[in-house]
Design a protein around this ligand. Structure first.
Ligand code: KMT
Ligand code: NI
Length: 180
C-alpha cells in the first residue's frame, strides 16, 4: 500500500524517508483534496490485462505509453537526470506513472506550500496534475521501473519554480480551490 507523509526539514540525503518526528501521515483522500494527486492500485504483473488501467486509459485518452528504468546502469546521464527530477518543477500536462518494479518518492507541495512525500512501489499508479509543483527521487534502493502514459505526443519538459505565470499553473490553482 502506498504511504504518504509530511516531510521533515532535514537537509540530508533526499533518498532517506524524511519522515517527521512525530510522524504526520496523509490519507489518500486528503492527498487528493490537498493536491489533486490521484492514486490507483494496478496489478503490475498483469497490467496489459488490467480492466481498471484499461478504463483509466480510455477515460483520460492516454494514447502514448513507454517504459523507463531509473538506475545507474540503465539511464544515460543518470546523475544529471536525477538532479533534474529532484529540482522543483511543474509540467503543462499530467505526469502518469505506473510502478512495475523498484520504488521511489514523489514529493508534491500542499495548499500551504509544504512538502508531502508519496512513497511509490510496485503496483502503484500515480497521476500528478498539470501545474502542481513537484519533484522525484529514488530511495536508498536506487532503482525504479515504471510505465509512462500520455495524451498524444509526450512533452516531458519540466518548468522549474517559479513558473507562477503559466496558464497550467493558474488552472491548477483554480481547479484546486474547488477541492479544498
Ligand atoms: C519524472 O518525470 O520525474 C520521472 O520520469 C521520474 C520518475 S518515473 C518513476
Ligand atoms: Ni515532473
Amino acid at each position: 500500500m502506498v504511504r504518504v507523509w509530511y516531510m521533515d526539514e532535514e537537509q540530508t540525503d533526499p533518498r532517506l524517508d524524511h519522515i517527521k518526528t512525530p510522524s504526520e501521515n496523509v490519507s489518500m483522500e486528503d492527498l487528493y483534496k490537498k493536491t489533486g494527486v490521484e492514486y490507483f492500485h494496478i496489478d503490475a504483473d498483469n497490467f496489459r490485462n488490467d480492466a481498471l488501467l484499461k478504463q483509466i486509459r480510455e477515460d483520460r485518452n492516454y494514447t502514448y505509453e513507454d517504459e523507463v528504468t531509473i538506475a545507474k546502469d540503465t539511464l544515460p546521464d543518470f546523475e544529471a537526470k536525477l538532479k533534474t527530477f529532484y529540482t522543483e518543477h511543474l509540467h503543462t500536462d499530467e505526469e502518469i506513472r505506473l510502478v512495475l518494479d523498484g520504488s521511489g518518492y514523489f514529493d508534491v507541495r500542499d495548499e500551504a506550500d509544504k512538502w508531502i512525500r508519496i512513497e511509490v512501489n510496485k503496483n502503484d499508479l500515480i497521476i500528478i496534475p498539470a501545474g502542481i509543483y513537484h519533484r522525484f527521487t529514488l530511495d536508498m534502493k536506487n532503482y525504479i521501473k515504471a510505465k509512462r502514459y500520455f495524451v498524444g505526443e509526450p512533452i516531458w519538459l519540466p518548468y522549474n519554480r517559479p513558473a507562477d505565470d503559466m496558464e497550467c499553473r493558474k488552472k491548477y490553482l483554480h481547479d484546486q480551490s474547488r477541492l479544498i
